[in-house]
Design a protein around this ligand. Sequence first.
Ligand code: ADP
Ligand code: GN1
Ligand code: MG
Length: 368
Amino acid sequence: MMDKNLRTASLFLNPDSIVSITPYGNGHINTTFLVKAKEEGEEKDYILQEINVNVFKNPDALMSNYCAVTEYLSKEIEKRGGDPLRETLRVIYSKDGKSYVVTENGEHWRMLLFIKDSICYDRVESPEQFYECAVAFGNFQYMLKSFPADTLYEIIPNFHNTPVRYENLMKAVKDDVCGRVAEVSSEISFAKEREAFANIFENARAEGKLPLKVTHNDTKLNNILFDKATGKTLCVIDLDTIMPGYAINDFGDSIRFGATTAAEDEADLTKVNFDISLFELYTKGFIEGAKGGLAEGELEYLAEAAIMMTFECGMRFLTDYLEGDTYFRIHRPKQNLDRARNQFKLVSDMEKALPEMKRIVKKYSENA
Ligand code: ADP
Ligand code: GN1
Ligand code: MG
């Protein structure tokens, strides 16, 4: 009897070529495995991923976006003389020609070429690395600037719509299905005090200041691969949430995850501090990477976007904690609560630093 994962991998590869299948990575949403194979004497590695259909309700639309964007990027990379097999993801089609398969027990799986000699970081290990990450995400947007955004599906409606995330939190508070509200009253008050702030991007959009662009929407440091040999960025990964959005949210989400002195789930808040020097480096890199592609209105709200994404993510963690941890994978009780408190601590720090953050944005915008 074949093991379940081997059976799934065999829908894409010859089972005799498969050497091992092991859990891989630290994502909160999908379940990822590394598949080591030997094909005609040559070692070949693949990523096998179960698509979380609790989160991604329309895997067909998701994989349509995924294939369209990766094929487009492959061509762009080739035009620039790059290596499309290392600088973007390559979807491996199943033996029956599908971009993903549905197994007999209803699971949805896809396969990607594993990018060898690459490394992925959960924490910023050197300032240069964060700067490189900024250039790469800025450049990612630049490369997709002519991609027809209206051909992409909106994979998760209102994904970075902060007012909707606020409403979801208020609903979770009202329902209190796990009886956890009493424990988090100060976090709920923190969110309520920022209700008006949550709306500023939607208002700016109504004034025509924030255009919709093709955006990544999950620009964490661990969604980028670095080249082991050169230390330079290689490939933007985790393309599940590619859809039209605000460019400044891609900026803000990277700051939330990277410009901090602690991991996202650090429970000791004395260790969690916003690092403005990393903010400055990222600002410089992102503006450079976007090569003049950011409009005046976008630059105006760049600093606020860091606070917005951090606040929004904090609310999402808190909502999930109140709803019984059904969305973000947890490895210990209260991990989502720790994540929420951690994000709110960063929001407080950034609010204090906002004038300085705006000064930094202005400094680099002038040369944009
Ligand atoms: P999630 O949505 O769960 O975050 P990701 O697509 O980000 O899933 O994958 C999880 C981890 O797997 C990444 O952080 C990275 O370490 C690794 N990974 C994903 N795709 C590749 C790839 N093509 N080559 C090498 N490593 C990869
Ligand atoms: C999730 O899939 P992963 O771990 O890269 C989440 C992001 C959050 C992030 C918080 C589809 O990202 O939106 O910002 O966790 N992805 C989805 O770490 O919800
Ligand atoms: Mg990821």
